[in-house]
Design a protein around this ligand. Structure first.
Ligand code: ADP
Ligand code: MG
Length: 355
């Protein structure tokens, strides 16, 4: 959410570029379409807009809609039929849960709500007591509790509350990109508050994006994006609450029920936006000692991670692609990147399904 797309304005050619701003999940999404005529661009944008509206009601964690209905059914031990619009998202969520060794766990919606983040503006007031957190943790909700019977879903565990906030934006931009492609659009960028998904190129150049500095004004780095890639950042400084002088962010470590504390931002590049978004959340939780293992396991090779001390961690591939902006960080760590035979997401698991 915290990277900023910059630089393209310098190459802008207004006669072949169309811009539009849409909303999804409370975020503005800017769509820039190049190299097509206005009517085609408008048709594509209308289709994306309709799809975003459907996502907003179908995938929202706490507003009225299909996901909330499913959560209510799970809470009372009922099974529920879900639409073909929601089902692939649930399968993807389960896949990323497994790939991240449970660090990305969209079944912990009750914990996220207890911390006050099931509201447009994080709740103020007391934070959950250690007893409340212990009680929620002891129920151990996971994505593996779900039982699938075609389009019918039940849960073996009534404490499962699905919350797709950790990767819905990535999945939304993936679907939007598919829709643009289906309308014959070849070159475009979707920018959801700095989370990006690009299609094709920018003229003869690549799209270039900036990653915002999580501890300072301005950018920390810029990076070129290859056709089809997404850049997703999880940061702990945009959506958080404060209590008695401490800051609590909305990314919760499922192992202890607490908001993460050491990592201030993680940026991931991957052609699968949903995976990049989920990985950015998972690696924020994995932290400075475990992130590279989890990244390899998730099949993610481009990672930039900033610790609250200011230390920057880069995967070797990311190091080749980023250019630091301004004063370079005092300490940059690039860990060895050993090959791992961990399971990669299969095509079926990560495929985005057009409507
Ligand atoms: P941002 O919105 O800054 O891009 P993220 O992509 O990391 O941040 O998403 C954070 C959201 O993910 C939270 O608001 C919550 O809805 C959800 N979430 C929090 N902790 C987890 C977790 N451990 N696994 C999956 N989702 C989580
Ligand atoms: Mg995320």
């Amino acid at each position: 959410m915290v990277a900023l797309l910059v630089f393209w304005a310098a190459f802008r050619s207004p006669d072949t570029e169309f811009r539009s701003t849409l909303h999804v999940f409370g975020t503005l999404v800017e769509i820039i379409i190049r190299d097509t005529d206005e009517a085609a661009a408008q048709r594509a944008i209308s289709a994306v807009s309709a799809s975003f509206q459907r996502m907003h009601t179908g995938w929202h964690s706490w507003e009225h809609g299909e996901l909330r209905d499913l959560n209510q059914a799970i809470a009372v031990g009922r099974s529920e039929t879900v639409s073909s619009f929601l089902l692939p998202l649930i399968h993807q969520a389960k896949q990323f849960y497994r790939l991240s060794d449970g660090l990305f766990n969209p079944a912990i919606g009750a914990l996220v709500a207890e911390w006050g983040f099931h509201a447009d503006k994080p709740e103020t007031g007391a934070i959950p007591s250690p007893e409340t957190i212990r009680a929620l943790l002891s129920q151990n909700p996971t994505m593996d509790d779900l039982v699938f019977d075609g389009t019918r879903i039940a849960s073996r565990n009534r404490s499962v509350r699905l919350d797709f906030g950790g990767f819905a934006k990535g999945a939304a931009l993936d679907r939007a990109a598919e829709i643009l492609k289906s309308f014959g659009i070849e070159n475009a960028v979707l920018n959801a508050g700095g989370d990006l998904r690009v299609l094709g190129d920018h003229g003869n150049r690549r799209w270039r994006a900036g990653i915002r500095h999580p501890l300072d004004w301005g950018l920390i780095a810029s990076v070129d994006l290859v056709a089809g890639e997404g850049l997703f950042t999880s940061g702990n400084y945009e959506r958080y609450r404060e209590h008695e002088g401490r800051r609590y962010t909305h990314i919760i470590d499922p192992r202890n029920g607490m908001p993460i504390d050491r990592i201030v931002s993680v940026s991931v590049i991957h052609p699968n936006g949903a995976l990049a978004d989920a990985a950015a959340t998972a690696l924020s939780i994995a932290g400075p000692t475990d992130w590279s293992r989890v990244a390899r396991r998730m099949g993610v090779n481009y990672v930039l991670l900033v610790e609250k001390t200011g230390t920057v961690y880069l995967s070797p591939e990311m190091k080749k692609r980023v250019t630091f902006v301004g004063t370079p960080p005092e300490k940059v760590v690039v860990p060895p990147w050993r090959h791992t035979d961990a399971p990669k997401p299969t095509k079926k698991d990560v495929a985005t399904e057009p409507e």
